[in-house]
Design a protein around this ligand. Structure first.
Ligand SMILES: [Zn+2]
Length: 208
């Protein structure tokens, strides 16, 4: 079973994490995790640009190192960039020291290759321990989500993704999508329709 939303109870257990954005003015917050990946991120950029839409890309530092030009394209198109660790680490399986060092490694590559500093952080898999979160929150915002498209789920029907996303989205929603190898095939099967829906409903795609 695929969870398309985050139960209010879970959200209330972690009140310092950001589960939704500013809901005034018909705004939604699109996020793409795990890139930049050639053949996927550039596709997403085209789909956003032709509709005048924007998103926040939670990048993996190692992918910025491998594809700095593509990361710069994301930025130059007016999108936001957030920290998703350097090696896409699972916080529950990583020591505090190693986790924090990996986040700093991301910050270093982002400063070096893109000339940016970001306060936005999203834990890979949504898994971060309380002790890790406590330290991260001293300097960053931990951005979670409240609409999961399930785009990375093996065998998921793109029509289900589209229907669920349309059903759940409302002003303030933070939507999780992925620009990585696993979603390369499925994105063209639902993303254009989803972005068209947002345009038709006059949702502004805002940055976090
Ligand atoms: Zn991820």
């Amino acid at each position: 079973m695929v969870w398309h939303t985050v139960p209010a109870l879970i959200q209330s257990l972690f009140p310092k994490r950001i589960w939704e954005g500013d809901a005034t003015g018909n705004r939604v917050y699109l996020t793409f995790d795990d890139g930049p990946v050639p053949g996927v991120t550039d596709y997403v950029l085209e789909e956003l640009a032709c509709r005048g839409q924007k998103a926040t890309f939670f990048m993996v530092g190692d992918n910025i190192q491998k594809h700095p030009a593509l990361a710069r394209e994301v930025l130059e198109a007016g999108n936001g960039i957030g920290n998703h660790t350097f090696h896409h680490l699972n916080g529950w399986k990583t020591s505090l020291t190693e986790y924090l060092e990996n986040i700093r490694d991301f910050d270093r590559i982002a400063a070096d290759r893109l000339g940016i500093q970001t306060q936005l952080f999203r834990p890979p898999y949504g898994m971060i321990s309380r002790s890790q979160a406590k330290v991260v929150l001293e300097t960053k915002k931990i951005v979670m989500w409240n609409v999961l498209t399930g785009d990375y789920e093996r065998g998921i029907d793109p029509e289900v993704i589209l229907a669920k996303s349309i059903q759940l989205i409302q002003s303030g929603s933070i939507v999780v999508l992925h620009d990585q190898q696993k979603t390369q095939e499925i994105l063209p099967k639902f993303l254009p329709d989803f972005l068209d829906f947002l345009s038709e409903r006059e949702f502004e795609t805002a940055l976090l």
